[in-house]
Ligand binder design. Structure first.
Ligand code: HEM
Length: 518
């Protein structure tokens, strides 16, 4: 009997060990999604350079591998979503599992960006930030910024009129001025002098550091403990300094202005909006003013507001700038489209005033030009990466927890269409009753729960800059220089430097620009 029980016990132990070692995991039964062939250990992840404009390569791979492409190696897994359906299925319908961001040890932890709404892990704190951002940037809230957006567009036109060859710089400044004024309520001159250059330098560092795989340390996080003199540690320390200044400096200024505006009341809760800020308040309308008026007065809320504002200010300008430059390039390449849009403005708005944001519903062709600009070269061609928070099986394929997920916005925007070539700039595709073309607002601003909260503000900025430029300027290629559409390969994709001629359409147009900015 004793021998029998020992035998049974031993058998059970051996079976348990065998079960643990050879446990049939989900992965053993279910294949990974398709992808390029791989080598042992390094897998296939180095077959595509993720840091350099991989969206076109991924779009081409779609023919071979289909809507989803899987890359893996060195413990990292990456899934590229090459169609609107895959994006909807994963990022929208399975939002609870696909709304995290990748962990960037260098950009997030070492530079401090994991406190910003863009990178903050999906969870309670993200929800708090997001709730405030959604209130401050709702379609209704942003209406109060229309006047400042129109004024800053007029200023952009004056700058271009005076120095047309510097249009890159003017557009960049205009996009930054809008975000600066809307975020903190600072006057334009303050924006120019103190903050914009710093913000641009910081964003250069940030956009480079947030490309998956930008630093080996992101793959091997223990490297963050290595000595501080190593080049990547120095880059991280410099980035941290820049980010801290970007977030702290304007915040301290706006806080002192707003607090002196409401000395006696303190910050008020979300349930009791501040009568002081709403009724009097010398400070201009701004996201800062809104946020200070709706949250409790405590250090935690203050820290949150500081980071929400810093994020808006950092995240808001670049994509607007990229979109308006893309429009200028398209107009230089497609004069007949430009002329058609100008004719529409002349007949609806007339030539005695500039278009306003309120005119846009009556300008369907101009609206189609704006949509086509966002489709032709989306500002974020590979979106902003996500990370899956649990194992998932999709269409018979296994997607492991922790996979970096990249929505290929460029591929979605370039879906073949039987009538209109995807690489041609054809605004008419959005007005054709016989063929449906998906509206870029459903992909250019991202997806699901992390959809861009600045969309309404951004759409107004882009629309007013584009429609006023169409109203008063003719954009044409530089004589004797062939213009080819060529875009940068970064996370935010801009036209590479190019020349073109931007001249007032008439003497009256030039007069209108000057009158508007007097
Ligand atoms: C043409 C201009 C813009 C474009 C094309 C754009 C596009 C995007 C995209 C693609 C994302 C990623 C969403 C996702 O993960 O699915 C995003 C996120 C974000 N955008 Fe924008 N954006 C623009 C302007 C703005 C502006 C003006 C602001 C602020 C004032 C802003 C604030 C943000 C923030 C805070 C996030 C992160 C949201 C989160 O992770 O929860 N963006 N944007």
């Amino acid at each position: 009997m004793h021998m029998m029980s020992t035998f049974v016990t031993s058998l059970l132990v051996v079976c348990s060990i065998l079960l643990i070692v050879f446990r049939p995991t989900r992965r053993q039964r279910i294949p990974y999604p398709p992808g390029p062939s791989s080598s042992p250990i390094i897998g296939n992840i180095f077959r595509v350079n993720l840091a350099q404009g991989a969206w076109k390569v991924f779009a081409q791979m779609k023919e071979q591998y289909g809507d989803i492409i899987f890359l893996h190696g060195l413990g990292t897994t990456v899934l590229v979503l090459n169609s609107q359906k895959a994006v909807n299925d994963l990022l929208e319908k399975n939002g609870s599992s696909y709304s995290h961001r990748p962990v960037f040890t260098v950009a997030g932890e070492l530079m401090g960006l994991d406190q910003s709404l863009v990178l903050i892990p999906y969870g309670k704190e993200w929800r708090e930030h997001r709730k405030l951002a959604n209130i401050a940037l709702s379609a209704v809230s942003v209406q109060k910024y229309r006047a400042i957006q129109e004024e800053l567009s007029a200023l952009l036109n004056r700058d271009i009129l005076e120095k047309p060859d510097d249009f890159f710089m003017h557009v960049r400044l205009a996009a930054a001025r809008v975000v600066m004024s809307v975020t903190y309520g600072f006057s334009v001159h303050d924006s120019d002098d103190k903050y914009i250059t710093h913000a641009e330098k910081t964003m250069e560092i940030v956009t480079t550091a947030t490309v998956p795989g930008a630093f080996l340390c992101d793959l091997l996080p223990f490297m963050k403990h290595l000595p501080k003199w190593l080049p990547f540690m120095q880059t991280a320390a410099h980035g941290r300094n820049m980010v801290d200044t970007l977030v702290d400096r304007p915040f301290e200024q706006v806080k002192s202005e707003l607090v002196s505006d409401q000395v006696s009341t303190g910050f008020l809760s979300i349930r009791t909006p501040s009568p002081v800020l709403q009724a009097s308040g010398t400070a201009a309308d701004s996201l800062a003013k809104d946020l200070f008026s709706i949250v409790e007065n405590n250090p935690e809320s203050e820290h949150r507001i500081k980071w929400i504002l810093g994020t808006m200010y950092g995240a808001g300008g670049e994509a607007t700038y990229a979109t308006v430059l893309t429009f200028i390039m398209a107009m230089a390449l497609y004069p007949e489209k430009q002329m058609k849009a100008q004719q529409e403005i002349d007949s609806v708005v007339g030539t005695e005033r500039m278009p306003t944001i309120a005119d846009l519903p009556n300008l369907p062709y101009v609206k189609a030009v704006i949509k086509e600009t966002m489709r032709w070269n989306p500002a974020f061609p590979l979106g902003v990466a996500r990370r899956s928070s649990e194992d998932h099986v999709y269409e018979g394929y296994f997607i492991p927890k922790g996979t970096i997920v990249m929505p290929n916005i460029w591929a979605i925007a370039s879906e073949p269409n039987p009538k209109y070539h995807s690489r041609e700039f054809i605004p008419e595709r959005f007005m054709d009753p016989l063929i449906t073309t998906v509206d870029p607002s459903s992909y250019a601003f991202g997806f699901g729960r992390r959809y861009c909260p600045g969309r309404f503000l951004a759409e107004n900025s882009v629309s007013i800059m584009i429609s006023t430029m169409l109203a008063v300027f003719n954009i044409s290629p530089s004589p004797n220089q062939k213009l080819e559409p060529d875009f940068s390969q970064n996370m935010i994709s801009y036209p590479k430097p190019f020349n073109c001629k931007i001249a007032p359409r008439s003497e009256n147009s030039a007069k209108l620009i000057l009158q508007r900015t007097d």
